[in-house]
Design a protein around this ligand. Structure first.
Ligand SMILES: C[S@@+](CC[C@H](N)C(=O)[O-])C[C@H]1O[C@@H](n2cnc3c(N)ncnc32)[C@H](O)[C@@H]1O
Length: 271
């Protein structure tokens, strides 16, 4: 079985009760869903990327219902499935290793020949290449600055828009190199993250998803969110502050091992 990041820490916070209803808002490779089901929870799992659900062939568990959908619509999906109120919801944001390495959609700056697609929902029209093509230099600057806080967003937007619009990962990486004069993986990662966020409206979906989750949460129910960068974490913090909700712990739990060091866990409790 695939072992996802921070499995034990997430499960401790979700505190699965046998027979309780749980939504795994980001099914991915199924690690959290399977663990919740193993602990006796009934699971409704969502993933926006239909390829993720297709890849899930291992012994399907009786307590697991999979839906290809956006967690922005979590409330409507749970109601349609007659799956509420729920004891807990987990959001494990970002992408899985399989998507980064094998989706052929240009999520990783390492796969130079892949098309700049970046859509999680491949039924949607707008790819990253198309977004760049339709954006002015100023629009592109806004997308990069807002979604990654990359300090060289202006230079990068200029370099990207001053030549033929990029169509592959390699085209974009070369434009970033021209702008910065260095080959920095940290800069590539921020630029790719910013475009992916824009293509998939990740921040809008997160806000709607959190609100929808609160609306269907039972008293004392929990929402566990694993974030991977400060902009996502800020959305969760502001959501709790503005909604007069409470965190279970004052400070987020931070991943310790190298591959999970950027991960933070926050738990919202319906008190
Ligand atoms: C980091 S992976 C989750 C890994 C998962 N916890 C596991 O155990 O394998 C994130 C998953 O969330 C999905 N995702 C991202 N945004 C989504 C959204 N708005 N709605 C539903 N799924 C989404 C991605 O397609 C990806 O499969």
């Amino acid at each position: 079985m695939h072992t996802p990041v921070l499995l034990q820490q997430v499960m401790e916070r979700l505190a699965v009760k046998s027979g309780g209803r749980y939504i795994d808002a980001t099914f991915g490779e199924g690690g959290y869903s399977q663990e919740i089901a193993n602990r006796g929870g009934k699971v409704l799992a969502l993933d926006l990327d239909s390829e993720q659900l297709k890849a899930f062939e291992v012994s399907r568990l009786p307590n697991l219902d999979l839906v290809n959908g956006n967690f922005a619509d979590i409330e409507a999906i749970a109601k349609e499935k007659n799956f509420c109120p729920v004891e807990g919801v987990v959001f494990d944001l970002g992408l899985s290793m399989r998507q980064l390495k094998h989706s052929n959609r240009g999520f990783s700056y390492k796969n130079l020949d892949e098309p700049l697609d970046m859509r999680l929902d491949t039924e949607k029209e707008l790819t990253a290449a198309e977004l760049i093509k339709r954006s002015s230099q100023e629009d592109l600057f806004e997308i990069l600055a807002k979604n990654s806080e990359e300090l060289r967003s202006k230079e990068i937007a200029l370099a990207v828009k001053s030549r033929r619009n990029p169509e592959t990962v390699g085209d974009l990486v070369r434009a970033i190199d021209r702008a910065t004069g260095i080959s920095s993986q940290a800069v590539y990662a921020r630029v790719f993250q910013a475009l992916r966020i824009a293509v998939n409206d990740e921040f809008g979906s997160l806000r709607r998803g959190l609100q929808g989750a609160v609306n269907i949460l039972s008293p004392q129910g929990r929402i566990v969110v694993v974030t991977f960068h400060s902009l996502e974490d800020r959305i969760v913090k502001n959501f709790v502050k503005n909604g007069k909700l409470k965190f279970l712990e004052k400070k987020p739990f931070r991943g310790l091992k190298s591959f999970e060091r950027s991960a933070k866990i926050r738990t919202i409790i319906n008190s």
